[in-house]
Design a protein around this ligand. Structure first.
Ligand code: ZN
Length: 322
């Protein structure tokens, strides 16, 4: 029987010329939907495999939940409620969040490296949240720009312009509690109730600005507030660009600068609304920085409207040519 399925082992001869080397051998049943999937056997390297062997979802027990979790996480639903809706355990959701976060981060980074996002005016800002208690505040360092899309509509002009922010990067970094919280933190720290913390925001500025570097044109403009810590970092990573600093996030400056500030405002408002753990007065919160970073990575892909099947397939640069 003629089988054109490649052997997944890259060093095997049958990886390049499968004809005659790969035969069909038995099947297996998936647990979640009892589907019959054929298994194959490679005569060269004597290995069994299936069509799922090279998939991102290989060895997952519930791959059917992935897309629903991806959508719900970005719709302001907490993990316990997602577990209830999808009839699975919270543990499953937690594991999936970490896995999805990694897949989304890899896809987005490949997207940036391939130069698929291009901007002239980029906004840069920080948003505060916390891990477990307000004694452990974190900063979400964010860079974004504004895009406009014209779509046909039933109005006088016959078209409508939609403005959307594209998020370039978000990094979660620690900083130290201020005011009376700082005192309580010191007390708890001496009692051994909370782990010691350091301010790691500088590292986050570097990471985010390196992502910005892949997007912004050489004569572009970076718009931020008047925080002094930004000056040196921006000058060292992006020496050729103009750095405009304004007092607040109020809309000011020229058109491009206004749009950059608007994009940041939009992106932050979106995050606050659609990520349950970032909502104000929410019951939900993050128990570790790792989870918050994963959720934020998933949000970047959702916000930038990457297709979910593309994210799972991983980045394929061959596709860019056609
Ligand atoms: Zn083989």
């Amino acid at each position: 029987m003629y089988i054109s399925i490649k052997c997944p082992t890259t060093t095997c001869i049958a990886h390049l010329s499968p004809n005659g080397n790969v035969i069909k051998k038995g099947y297996y049943k998936t647990k979640y939907n009892s589907q019959h999937n054929p298994r194959y056997f490679c005569k060269c390297c004597k290995k069994h495999f299936s069509t799922h062997t090279n998939f991102e979802t290989y060895k997952q027990k519930r791959p059917d939940l992935n897309e629903d979790i991806y959508n719900l996480i970005n719709s302001g639903v907490g993990i316990r409620r997602i577990a209830k809706l999808l009839k699975c355990s919270t543990r499953t959701i937690q594991d999936k969040i970490i896995w999805l976060g990694k897949v989304c981060r890899d896809y987005h980074e490949d997207y940036l490296t391939n130069g698929l996002l291009q901007a002239e005016f980029v906004g840069f800002d920080e948003q505060e949240s916390y891990i477990h208690t307000r004694l452990q505040p974190v900063s979400l360092i964010i860079a974004s720009y504004k895009t406009s899309k014209t779509i046909p509509a039933k109005n006088k002009r016959g078209f409508k312009i939609i403005h959307k922010p594209k998020i370039i990067d978000i990094q979660v970094e620690d900083f130290l509690a201020k005011g009376h919280l700082a005192k309580i933190f010191q007390e708890q720290l001496s009692l051994g109730l909370l782990p010691p913390r350091t301010d790691t925001r500088r590292r986050g500025y570097f990471k985010v600005l390196h992502s910005v570097k892949k997007v912004i044109s050489k004569s572009g403009t970076l718009v931020s507030d008047q925080k002094r810590a930004y000056n040196l970092v921006v000058a060292s990573i992006l020496p050729t660009i103009t750095h405009s600093q304004f007092l607040s996030r109020k809309v000011m400056g020229n058109t491009g600068e206004k749009e950059a500030i608007q994009s940041i405002n939009f992106a932050c408002a979106n995050m606050r609304t659609y990520i349950s753990r970032l909502q104000r007065k929410s019951w939900c919160n993050s128990k570790s920085k790792e989870y918050l970073q994963a959720v934020v990575d998933i949000h970047i892909c959702f916000n930038n409207e990457y297709s979910f099947s593309d994210i799972l397939k991983g980045f394929n640069s061959d596709k860019l040519v056609s």
